[in-house]
Design a protein around this ligand. Sequence first.
Ligand SMILES: NC(=O)c1ccc[n+]([C@@H]2O[C@H](COP(=O)([O-])OP(=O)(O)OC[C@H]3O[C@@H](n4cnc5c(N)ncnc54)[C@H](O)[C@@H]3O)[C@@H](O)[C@H]2O)c1
Length: 317
Amino acid sequence: MRRALVIGAGGQIGTELTTRLAKELGGLNVVASDLNAPKISENTAILSLNLDVLDQVRLRQIVVDHEISEIYHLAATLSATAEKNPGFSWHLNMQSLLNILDLAKEGLIQKVFWPSSVAVFGPGSPKSNTPQNAFMNPNTVYGISKSAGENWCNYYFEKYNVDVRSLRFPGLLGYKSDPGGGTTDYALWALKNAAHDTPYISFLENNSGLPMMHMEDAINGIIKLMNAKSEQVKVRTAYNISSASFTPEELEKEIQKFKPAFEISYQSDFRQAIANSWPDSLDDSEARLDWDWNPKYNFSSMVENILEGFKKTSDPN
Ligand SMILES: NC(=O)c1ccc[n+]([C@@H]2O[C@H](COP(=O)([O-])OP(=O)(O)OC[C@H]3O[C@@H](n4cnc5c(N)ncnc54)[C@H](O)[C@@H]3O)[C@@H](O)[C@H]2O)c1
């Protein structure tokens, strides 16, 4: 019997992953947790709890009490926010992962999903179609924590046979919750503004290309990777995955196909330096080969779908 604990379930990914897991496993087999017990909108059978992932005693208690077999660990400080508080961000991003890997090492849980990021790459990495095993010199605290986390995952797999799986997410775009303080957030705010006929001031420059993905594809990727047979998962650091790459100016043009009056103006800030250090696209051929990764959305269909979603679901604020 699979029973999943989602940590950080109130965030951008967690909100959508929790309800999707309930469809996969049944609501009674999903426990959602966050610093404050998250609100569950679509499936009331999901149990919602408060949990600080740094509280190892409570974490262990929840795992034992609810017979958890797999953890989806989404709690973290994201790229832009982490630069404002490097010491705490390093502590949260690293210690939380180690707390969970240790539970798996003890055999209390059988599987772990932990997301990595394109932020593992740095200014010395190839910029376009960045290979799976490219040189990495991340120069943000977020990127350093993700790169170290990937190596810890691989270490626990090799030394202790811990079944931990990970994906290097690009900027994720969905309309069901607001983004949590990343460098790619500009795209989501632009789409939300456009849906409500409001212009947008971008904190990245017009020609700043970054990899992006529809949230639905990201969630499908997590489910597919976690459902794959262990021997299919040949990369135990984290897999490159990719779907679309664009600049703010290209996004503006694409949005204008649906909203001709929409405009982006530019006022870049400290997040530009973070964006400059990241790749603009990734080579995801190993994920395609090993466990059949295959995103549904391209740039155009992603923009159209998210604009539609925002029109239906969000208020202009
Ligand atoms: N969203 C993206 O575009 C993106 C891209 C790459 C990687 N990721 C990674 O995916 C994961 C989730 O990202 P997200 O966008 O959903 O982030 P988010 O900031 O929207 O959500 C994170 C959640 O974790 C919770 N949290 C923070 N500290 C906690 C603690 N001590 N204990 C328990 N919960 C705590 C927060 O309250 C929040 O609800 C992160 O590891 C992030 O680095 C996200």
